[in-house]
Design a protein around this ligand. Structure first.
Ligand code: FMN
Length: 441
């Protein structure tokens, strides 16, 4: 869907309130904090000015207690807390930015496919075809506890359930054919029953009769995003997704990831072109390299030293408050692996981090360096994006990830970096399609 010299551009809005960004000058200033829509509507307008394809909200429904055994530190520092349900923002943002697409996250472990299929059908109608679903299997203990599980379902079972979940959702989206709606006032016929079908799904995890009691939406089904790094995660992505998120941190690792996905796609009878990858990247734009370094310094300084360890604990379900002076990241590898959570991304950190670095040193940088980083002048950033896009097969683009502020950093990206990319023919100057799927083509 996305193979092209032009890169697709997106932004992850999940952490704009956390990661200590709220402490940066300019962050959130002039807006009611978090729960009102004006802040998000303004971001949507900025994204529209930059012809960005998509704005994304991640989601987890738990309050982490992994660090030191309580929620004290996450709440104190705002690490993955709070997490409001951002779905109600989508229609408001979609109105403010008529061409930008929106991705939100729904867990296949804790929801039901009938509800989710119906929900995305509705959002696809309301946004006129600009919605995407980030399909996640949810690797966090406290989220499991909020949905009634004393023990988190194990990784591979979560993916088996996810496979069936997405299969059912697809069946439901296909259960009403395009053209089912007639709306003939003369004859009084509303819709054609022969184009509406039960699905009669009976499976391991779900029994769903169907049909979806809804008219087909503009995209027919949402754009499907999957960010799995494990074998089953990559399988799910290769079978169903239109886009993948990835947090690889070096060009060789991006190439290896792209190669692995392409192999899986071929195994499922799909074309590599069918699935673009959006690589997470943190951008720091400045007039000079020295200014970029100064901005980085200010950002790092705003982060309480302990906060990185709190975040590491929340991410990997392991208590990093137990880190003793001199302990290395590798010392925690077995414990992380045993959690069967996000081991894929931890393994990426082990492979790409200086092995002599202590956990304490690493903790602080975890918030800022766990994804690709491009800092400097717009030209330097565009050079780096261009090089990485080409080296990874020009198939997807970039999603601004953790560690940028709003409005400042996102506006700087749109005002300074995007025009440089457009000049080079690397970013689009206008939206060509009506729907998100068309714009990602
Ligand atoms: C950019 C990005 C965004 C993600 N967003 C979420 C999210 O919102 N909620 C969630 O539970 N997991 C999220 N994940 C985690 C992935 O869905 C996945 O579980 C993780 O990459 C580990 O891969 P695995 O599940 O195959 O082991 C995200 C991952 C990436 C790279």
């Amino acid at each position: 869907m996305s193979q092209s010299p032009t890169m697709h551009l997106a932004a992850d809005l999940s952490f704009l309130h956390t990661d200590y960004l709220w402490r940066l000058p300019g962050s959130w200033v002039g807006y009611d904090y978090y729960s009102t829509s004006e802040f998000y509507e303004e971001i949507a307008r900025i994204a529209q000015r930059g012809c960005m394809d998509m704005l994304f909200f991640g989601d987890t429904g738990g309050t982490p207690e992994d660090f030191g055994g309580s929620h004290e530190a996450p709440v104190r520092y705002g690490a993955k807390w709070p997490r409001h349900d951002m779905a109600p923002m989508i229609p408001l943002m979609a109105k403010a930015a008529p061409n930008v697409g929106f991705a939100i996250t729904m867990s296949t472990t804790y929801h039901h496919p009938f509800y989710v299929a119906r929900f995305f059908n509705a959002l696809d109608h309301v946004t006129r075809g600009r919605i995407a679903w980030n399909v996640v299997t949810s690797a966090y203990k406290n989220e499991a506890a909020n949905y009634g599980f004393d023990e988190m379902m194990d990784h591979d079972t979560r993916y088996l359930r996810a496979e069936e979940f997405v299969e059912v959702a697809f069946k439901l989206w296909n259960s009403v054919e395009p053209g089912a709606f007639i709306g003939d006032r003369e004859t009084g016929i509303f819709a054609d029953p022969s184009k509406v079908h039960r699905i009669d799904h009976r499976g391991t995890y779900f029994n769903v009769r169907g049909p979806l009691p809804a008219l087909p939406s503009p995209q027919h089904r949402p754009v499907i995003i999957q960010a799995g790094l494990s074998g089953p995660g990559m399988d799910l992505a290769a079978r169903y997704s239109d886009l993948q998120f990835s947090t690889r941190r070096t060009v060789p690792s991006m190439q290896q990831h792209r190669g692995a996905l392409d192999q899986k796609l071929q195994a499922f009878g799909r074309d590599p072109r069918d699935v673009g990858i959006l690589w997470s990247i943190r951008i720091q734009v400045a007039d000079s390299d020295a200014d970029a370094q100064e901005k980085e310094r200010r950002y790092l300084e705003a982060i309480p030293p302990q906060a990185g360890l709190v975040e590491l604990s929340a991410q990997y379900n392991v208590d990093f408050s137990k880190a003793r002076p001199g302990m290395k990241l590798a010392d925690f590898a077995d414990e992380v692996r045993n959690q069967k959570g996000n081991y894929g991304s931890f393994d990426e950190l082990l492979k790409t981090t200086d092995p002599s670095q202590t956990v304490d040193e690493f903790g602080r940088r975890f918030l800022v360096d766990r994804i690709l980083v491009a800092a400097g002048t717009p030209k330097k950033i565009a050079d780096k994006l261009e090089e990485m896009h080409a080296a990874s097969g020009s198939n997807g683009g970039f999603i601004l990830g953790r560690g940028y502020s709003a409005m400042d950093n996102i506006r700087e990206f749109v005002e300074h970096v995007v025009p440089e990319l457009q000049r080079r023919g690397l970013a689009k100057k206008a939206y060509t399609g009506q729907t998100l799927r068309e714009n990602l083509n």
